[in-house]
Design a protein around this ligand. Sequence first.
Ligand SMILES: [Zn+2]
Length: 376
Amino acid sequence: MSSIVPGSGKVLKHAKLVLIFWGAGWARSPVISAEELAGVFSAILATPYMAKMAQYNGICNATIIHMALDTSKEFTEQYHNTPVFHSSELPQMIAGHIDGDGAVPAPSIDPDLLYIVISELSVVCRETADPPVEAAGLHDKFDHNGARFHYAWVSNDGSLTSGNMIPKEFVHELVEACSDPDLDSFHVSDDNEIGDKCNGELVTMPKIRTPNAPDGIVIQSYFSALDNACVLPTEYSLKFWAKATQKNLGGGLRKFLPQGGSVRSLLACGNIPPPAGFGIVVSHQNDQLGGELIVEGTHFTPGGRAFISINYIPTRTVSVQRNAYVKSDGTFRFAEEFKFVSTNPQDAAIGVWVTAIDVATGNLVSEETSASIWVS
Ligand SMILES: [Zn+2]
């Protein structure tokens, strides 16, 4: 695998997506509607898919902030019997809305705005398709009225699961536009970007189902320099986040999440509250061997996994990581015998911090318990 060149390093740290469904065809009851696609895109963004983008100057999860339909365009020009548009039409159309009807917000509301244009069925860009059998996508930038615009075009081959499936084109352009918005930032040394390196690495998302993708949509992975591999994160990894953002987790998680919260929040650059009832109860029972530490969780993801981190830092640093499997009712119970011998009274003075992470959602909770089990 080739290595990633950082270039200028400019990224869209927290991309705010403005979806523009472009073409009169969107008003003619297409098999895959704009609403269905918007639902698919938000479902992708609700997963940890972008979690490993943190390594590219701290990119966080993107969010959709606006959706617009522009059905004024009829694609009358043909090339090899395929309707085409010219790449110059994309900036014209976006700028036209800014100057004209205000149907889409301007970049002045947020420097990380990213316009994603999804064209109607079968339309391709004349400049990138020759012959136009391979509909694909592109991302680029332009300046207008003193503002920098970042945008992408996502082609529409009418499928969520095969060919150049729309969700795949969406994630491809999304990760590239975020990591290389001005075409001078993160790219692979042979002049590809992080999506191009993994173009053929397709993965079904069985949990994202729609009428047109009953077994799940298909997307692609992206290149992770830290893994030197194509990745498609399905879990939030605190360890990876710390490595990617050069944070030291040695002192525990509390300094990053003083009020508790979620790893997903760290990665999304915003607070996403965990579900009601989500939490752990920590207890312990002293015995001749030392003590048993018990952690019981509620409202975790059924069938998922809880990552438990046990930290103790008075005169020594103790850091223990464990996993527990969550039952179908969303609870788990973890119990383990611990003993640390110490004659230093300080060792009993401070509590033991137990942090549990629901790895499916990234929700995190911390509780303290007496250190007496550690010290005898
Ligand atoms: Zn690409």
